[in-house]
Structures are given as structure tokens and as C-alpha cells.
Design a protein around this ligand. Structure first.
Ligand code: CA
Length: 252
């Protein structure tokens, strides 16, 4: 067993103790609740560029990498946060709609984003093992949501998707992941969360699920660990390669 596999088993043991299970063998994951941008799709570079261009239009030049700190929030929440920070007031509903639409238009005009390497392998394994998959995204952009069926056919049925339209409080609130558990009919300790952003990890971890952070962008491991990730892995491919170990809690 290699170092990473040992780390994964330790994290599962710690998690089972925290949930007062007798042993790690009593952990039975039945659902995987999976983020979309930066997790299933390598899309965050274009999203940060689109936000940056939207702000430039209103005369604000900011570091593009700042948007990785907001990742996971709904578009509405992001526009409001930007208004408060740069214009010192809340955005009106009309301004939220206008600016988010413009940001979405910039994103849609960019080249098609590829699925994250390893995502298909992960989802195929989960489906083969009978694990229910639920999409949990703060996005309301149909362009990517509508591609899921093409890129990952049969994985996410329409009732197994939580988008910005389904929640009152987006990430980092636990609501999106709690709603996803309801849809899947599972308890927190029966759910895996797969996330790449600090605010998304916080949402997953506070929902009580076993939360897996993936460092697929510039955010370092510590940024995900300090928000409560039970384990942080360096890529989606690494999770795909280790998912059987997480489900079985052994290499047998
Ligand atoms: Ca994400």
C-alpha cells in the first residue's frame, strides 16, 4: 500500500470515529454528490476570465485569480459580493441579472471546455458499483449543465441535479448538499462529496458527508483542508484511481 492509499484509509477511519461508527467497516457509501466546474469540467480558467471581463466592462480591473476564492457561490451571490466590495452597495435584481448574463455570454463565447481527465472513469466506476450520483452546482449556466448528458450519458437523471435554481442558500451553506442527500435518500455518513473549491468544501463538510477535495486549480491543498475536507487528492484522475479503495475501505 502506498503513502496516498494509507492517507485515504486513515481519513476514512477518522471520519467513521467522528460519526461514532464502531469501525470503518460500518461506513457504507450509497451516493456521490459531485460538483461540476473545476471537478467534472476543466472550466474554471474560462470562468475566471469571464468574470474578469465582466468587471472590466464597468471599469474595475482585478486579479483574475481572486475569483477562485468565490468559486462555488451562485452567480447572484458573486455579483452581490463584487458590488459590495467595489461599489460599496448591493446590486439590484436587474443589475444581478444583467451582469450575470454578460458573464455567462463571455463564458459561452470561449472554446468548449473539456471534461476533467479522470471524470468519466470515476463516474463509470460509481455507476457500475450502484452508487447514486447527484450533481451539485452553484452554476445556473445551461451551456455546461446541458452537456452532462452528452459527455456522461445516463449518469445524472434530471431529478438528480441540484443547481442554483434549487437552493435558497448556495455554497458555502450546506443546503445544496443536504438537498442532494434528500434527493438520493441517504444520510450524511452514506454520502461522498467531490469538490475542488474552498467554499464548496465548506458546504460539503458542514453537510456531514465524507468530503473529498481535489486540487485541480491554483488553490493549494491547505486551502481545502482548512475548510474541512476529509481528504485532499491532487487530481480527478487520482480520485478515479482510488475510488474503489474509498468504497471498499480496503484493497481486497
Ligand atoms: Ca467547483
Amino acid at each position: 500500500m502506498n503513502q496516498q492509499q494509507n492517507k485515504i484509509l486513515e481519513s476514512l477511519q477518522k471520519y467513521s470515529q467522528r460519526h461514532e461508527l464502531l469501525s470503518v467497516e460500518d461506513l457504507h457509501f450509497k451516493a456521490a454528490l459531485i460538483d461540476m466546474d473545476g471537478t467534472l469540467y476543466d472550466s474554471m480558467g474560462y470562468h475566471t476570465l469571464a468574470w474578469h471581463r465582466m468587471l472590466l466592462d464597468i471599469g474595475i480591473d482585478t486579479d483574475r485569480n481572486r475569483f477562485y476564492h468565490f468559486e462555488g457561490m451562485t452567480g447572484k451571490a458573486t455579483v452581490n459580493l463584487l458590488f459590495r466590495e467595489y461599489l460599496h452597495r448591493d446590486a439590484t435584481d436587474e443589475e444581478v441579472a444583467e451582469h450575470y448574463q454578460r458573464k455567462a455570454a463571455y463564458f459561452n463565447a470561449m472554446p468548449e471546455v473539456p471534461p476533467m481527465p479522470g471524470a468519466k472513469q470515476l463516474l463509470d466506476t460509481l455507476v457500475a458499483r450502484g452508487i447514486k450520483c447527484v450533481l451539485v452546482t452553484g452554476s445556473g449556466q445551461r451551456s455546461l449543465i446541458d452537456r452532462l448528458q452528452r459527455d456522461f450519458p445516463g449518469v445524472f437523471s434530471p431529478d438528480m441535479m441540484i443547481t442554483s435554481a434549487d437552493v435558497e442558500h448556495g455554497k458555502p451553506n450546506p443546503e445544496p448538499y443536504l438537498k442532494a442527500m434528500q434527493r438520493a435518500g441517504v444520510r450524511p455518513e452514506e454520502a461522498l462529496v467531490v469538490e475542488n473549491a474552498p467554499l464548496g468544501v465548506r458546504s460539503g463538510a458542514t453537510s456531514g458527508a465524507f468530503t473529498i477535495g481535489l486540487t485541480t486549480g491554483p488553490m493549494p491543498e491547505e486551502a481545502l483542508a482548512c475548510e474541512g475536507a476529509n481528504i485532499v487528492l491532487p487530481s480527478m484522475q487520482s480520485l478515479a484511481d482510488n475510488i474503489e479503495l474509498i468504497l471498499d475501505k480496503s484493497l481486497e
